[in-house]
Design a protein around this ligand. Structure first.
Ligand code: TTP
Ligand code: CA
Length: 366
């Protein structure tokens, strides 16, 4: 059965999150920055939306320079909020993990996945699954992503790069060779400017040319390991498997409420199945948790959270049920707006063996 590997990458991630939270930004250049704090504008661009990229703004550019390029184009310059992006990333990874056979997150907004078994090696079914993944992320977080499907990690990654923004590229085993051949070798995963220059010196510009190079010549120039990788990558025969990501650090469930509301009781009731889902996850993974968090996504799509941390790890369903209403109560008092979606997260996961006795965990840490 041919392998079916995917790569999913969210589009202009930080900036898109900001657009979703504040729809009035749509159509304007948006730049998310890390301010170093030395002077008002010292720091660099984390990322920019496509509108801003059209004016030449990109990740790593000094803020001052980005502002110059965007002058007169009504730009929005936003301070990066890593915690916010991370919480969204965690929810997406959790959701993706349930849709594929194996998920290997490789960054805050990207992951490889293996769907060989669930598609039976059928690339038509793979495309449908990629479409459902895109739809799921759109439904739950309002975010677009790009997906590549192919027979190896390198091919899948090229596919998602090419699909950007918002597309799906499926490269079936039969079309892999013709897909790869015309592309620049510099597009291959792991081929940076230095390798590109070295390849050019050998007269190699395209992936097709690289694929025809003799293994000995490549090994002589790049060493056994990297030389071998280059050849495998160029022929789409790199065999690095998708390996399940690190241990989960949290479990969460978010639901869209039946109607916009401020009523903590309504939110808690509609999360009843979510609590059961989390309980199932805790049991099957043999984990307990230290922190429980109530998550509210308001009608303006901003996210508010309220947490409670216990002194020692617990894994008790009744405890989640007891804590959550109070957290939502507090959330709705401070939010000032109605809630569109509500969720629960447990984090600070530990193996159950480390757990201590009942009376101890009833004592909150703070
Ligand atoms: P990328 O996936 O490289 O970029 P992107 O999601 O902004 O845009 P694209 O549509 O091309 O995928 O990085 C993911 C996030 O990581 C990005 O939104 C912000 C952050 N980041 C930085 O903070 N600094 C950087 O130099 C880069 C490249 C990314
Ligand atoms: Ca991205």
């Amino acid at each position: 059965m041919p392998k079916v590997i995917g790569h999913v990458d969210l589009d202009y991630f930080y900036a898109q999150v900001e657009e979703v939270e504040n729809p009035s930004l749509k159509g304007r250049p948006v730049v998310v920055c890390v301010f170093s704090g030395r002077t008002e504008d010292s720091g660099v661009v984390s990322t920019a939306n496509y509108k801003a990229r059209g004016f030449g703004v990109h990740s790593g550019m000094p803020i001052v320079q980005a502002k110059k390029r965007l002058k007169g184009h009504d730009p929005e310059v936003i301070r990066m909020d890593h915690e916010k992006y991370e919480a969204i990333s965690n929810r997406i990874m959790e959701e993706l993990g349930q849709m594929v056979d194996v998920l290997e997150p490789t960054g805050i907004d990207e992951a490889f996945f293996d769907i060989t078994n669930s598609t039976g090696g059928d690339y038509t079914r793979a495309r449908r699954l990629a479409e459902s993944i895109k739809a799921a992320i759109m439904k739950s977080e309002n975010l677009t992503c790009s997906i590549g499907i192919g027979r190896s990690k390198v091919v899948a990654k090229l596919g998602s790069d090419m699909a950007k923004p918002g597309g799906i590229t499926v490269i079936s085993p039969g079309t892999t060779k013709s897909f790869l051949e015309p592309l620049d070798a510099s597009k291959l995963y792991g081929v940076g400017p230095k390798t590109t220059t070295a390849l050019e010196e050998m007269g190699i510009r395209t992936i097709g040319e690289l694929a025809k190079t003799s293994p000995t010549e490549l090994e002589r120039r790049f060493g056994r390991k990297f030389g071998g990788y280059l050849l495998a990558a160029a022929t789409g025969t790199d065999a690095d498997p998708v390996v399940a990501g690190l241990e989960p650090t949290q479990f969460s469930r978010i639901v869209t409420l039946g109607r916009d509301t401020r009523d903590p009781k309504e939110m808690t009731e509609q999360l009843s199945e979510g609590v059961q889902y989390i309980q199932g996850k805790l049991t099957s993974s043999g984990k307990s948790f230290k922190t429980v968090t109530a998550i509210g996504i308001l009608v303006d799509l901003s996210t508010k959270t309220k947490s409670k941390t216990f002194e020692t790890a617990v894994s008790d369903l009744t405890l989640i049920r007891e804590t959550v209403p109070a957290l939502f109560d507090e959330l709705s008092r401070t939010a000032g707006k109605e809630f569109r979606r509500a969720g629960i997260r447990v984090s600070g996961l530990e193996d159950v063996e480390n757990q201590t006795s009942l009376p101890e965990f009833l004592r909150p840490a703070r």
